[in-house]
Write a protein that binds this ligand. Structure first.
Ligand code: NUP
Length: 224
């Protein structure tokens, strides 16, 4: 049984494990154990689908880092709870849930009390402007009232991070969109985020461990 690690409101880098090669993922997890910086790992569906939920326990055991399951859960409360339960049971310390599905879904997962709940408030891609952005302030207010542990805000829109962090005062903020999606390391953190999320710029690098350490340093230097 792996112990649950709650994440704290502090500066750090979350490495997105969206690669499809399971051995590569396992080796990178081992490499990151000794890496210099404050890291967590986020497992996405592309990796999970290669083997099923067992990959969560494996990556957690190899890296010994906080582990987030990014299933972007967005279903009815009953099914959402089932998915979250499976992820926590496999060793996830946190699960990511879509905020737009509403308070009943979020409450269902928060009430489990099995680990951190991170709600997506606004997304990084251009299409997020179409339907999510017009309601993201309301989503932020709703998840803050519920008392989720963390929220996702878009590093690709630093002005939105700056605005929305004022609403989600009691949660930590994680922000994807660095490098591959156009944002620069530090863009979200200087606007109030706590962690930045980086996937391709690390796992597609020639030396992923070194890339993680370098991007972490770049992010931290911008906050000083
Ligand atoms: O709005 C979001 N944008 C986003 O990119 C919410 C996310 N969870 N992500 C995730 O962050 C995405 O699924 C991927 O795992 C990671 C970004 O990866 P990359 O663009 O750095 O490769």
């Amino acid at each position: 049984m792996v112990m649950n690690m709650r994440m704290r409101k502090e500066h750090g880098l979350i490495i997105a494990f969206d690669m499809e090669d399971v051995d590569f993922a396992a080796n990178l997890a081992k490499d990151l154990k000794g890496a210099e910086g404050n890291f967590a790992i986020k497992i996405g569906r592309t990796l999970e689908m290669q083997t099923g939920k067992g990959i969560i326990a494996k990556i957690k055991e190899f890296s010994d880092l906080p582990l987030i399951y990014d299933g972007k859960i967005a279903d009815i409360p009953y099914i959402s709870r089932k998915i979250a339960e499976k992820a926590y049971d496999a060793g996830a310390d946190a699960v990511i849930v879509q905020g737009f599905v509403g308070s009943d879904v979020l409450n269902e997962i928060v009430d489990l009390g099995l680990g951190d709940v991170i709600a997506v408030v606004e997304m990084t891609h251009p299409g997020s402007d179409e339907y999510i952005q017009p309601v993201s302030e309301k989503i932020a207010e709703m998840v803050e009232d519920i008392g989720v542990d963390g929220v996702v805000l878009p590093a690709t829109r630093p002005e939105r991070v700056k605005k929305l962090v004022k609403i989600v005062k009691n949660t930590y903020v994680i922000s994807p969109g660095i490098k591959a999606q156009g944002a620069n390391p530090g863009d979200a953190i200087v606007n109030g985020a706590d962690y930045e999320v980086v996937g391709r710029a690390i796992y597609e690098a020639d030396n992923p461990k070194r890339a993680a350490e370098e991007i972490y340093k770049e992010v931290i230097e911008r906050c000083q």
